[in-house]
Ligand binder design. Structure first.
Ligand code: TRP
Length: 347
């Protein structure tokens, strides 16, 4: 790096910011379930004390797979309502919709020219999705990670909270950022993936070996499920044929029971040995409905608040508008810097 490449930072460097910055995207691809809630969102509310947080709905990523337009529009709003109802405060966090901030598409184009074809062919998600959607292997599916890199680098975040499946994309983002910085100077903060240790890992009720997922609706409890649906799903949860004090925590031998105990423990704050005592001498016919009741009680206020918010379209639109303004301010600063660096004439 030569001196002529060193740029005047208009913004404080990450080190001098009061708080570290965090950014993550979520695809508006379906309703939230208790795996999302207990595993992640429940803890997000507390993060704002320590971090400056940006969360956006990645609707531009969602169309890499064909969508029903009316559905996508509806989900983009409903999911915002669900996140807010789960405790994500739009005053304290910047919440926005990806397609509202044009800088994402603009930076993605530039970064396309700094990402290698070979790198993109190595992405495991591309390999998975292109074998799953053989009839629609579009260029967007291929360049998906570049848009994601743009999403991230625009905001100069220190951390990017993602699940295990997205880590490779964050690694690529780091490579792109480093490549760009090595040519043009210190333009991008090189972010780190943030794998939170807080939060419970919740498995499917009918397949306790797999993460809870909407692709298995019977084993998946959505936060908007009606109480009787929740009860039914828990009553059908896979356990085992133990009869003698069956409520015991043994993740290896009794994964279904361990999963139910984990859900119960996360919601009540009770430890596993307390739960074992509570259900001593009792069978699954008592235990499963008890877990269901706890989940029903915990979700009731979230469901009510979501329903209330969805009716208040004006408020939700306002949250998105305000979020887009706040996000654009930061994003456009980075974009201007990038445009200048690569040689776009600005007059
Ligand atoms: N690809 C992510 C997913 O499917 C969503 C996403 C898009 C994202 N842009 C992002 C996550 C930027 C973190 C940062 O889960």
């Amino acid at each position: 790096m030569t001196d002529s490449h060193t740029i005047q930072k208009e913004e404080p460097t990450p080190q001098s910011r009061d708080k570290k910055r965090m950014l993550s995207g979520i695809q508006p691809s379906g309703d939230l379930h208790i795996g999302n809630y207990l595993g992640a969102i429940k803890n997000w509310a507390d993060r704002v004390d320590e971090y400056e947080c940006y969360y956006f709905m990645a609707d531009m990523h969602t169309i890499t797979v064909r969508q029903e337009p009316a559905e996508l529009r509806k989900r983009s709003l409903n999911q915002l309502a669900q996140y807010i109802a789960c405790g994500l405060d739009p005053q304290k966090n910047v919440l926005f919709l990806q397609s509202h901030v044009s800088a994402h598409a603009q930076l993605a184009w530039v970064l396309n020219c700094y990402t290698m074809f070979g790198e993109l062919t190595r992405m495991t998600q591309f390999k998975d999705k292109s074998s799953k959607y053989k009839e629609n292997i579009n260029a967007g599916l291929f360049t998906y990670p570049v848009l994601m890199a743009a999403d991230i680098l625009l905001y100069q975040p220190d951390y990017v909270p993602v699940g295990e499946d997205q880590k490779q994309h964050v690694e690529l983002t780091r490579d792109i950022a480093q490549r760009f910085n090595s040519i043009y100077g210190d333009v991008f903060t090189v972010p780190e993936p943030f794998i939170s240790s807080a939060g419970a890992r919740i498995y499917g009720l009918t397949s306790p070996g797999d993460k809870m997922s909407k692709s298995d609706p019977n084993g998946c409890v959505f936060i908007m499920d009606e109480p009787d649906v929740i009860m039914r799903k828990f009553k059908r949860a896979v356990t085992d044929s133990d009869t003698d004090n069956p409520v015991r925590y043994d993740k290896e031998k009794k994964p279904g029971v361990a999963n139910l105990m984990n859900i119960y423990s996360t919601l009540t704050g009770k430890k596993y040995d307390e739960i074992e005592k509570e259900f001593e001498g009792k069978g699954y016919g008592i235990f499963k409905p008890a877990v269901a009741e706890t989940v029903i009680d915990a979700l009731a206020p979230i469901r009510e608040e979501t329903v209330r918010l969805i009716k208040d379209k004006e408020y939700l639109d306002g949250v998105y508008r305000d979020g887009a303004n706040r996000a654009s301010y930061i994003a456009n600063k980075t974009l201007r810097k990038v445009y200048k660096k690569v040689g776009f004439y600005q007059g």
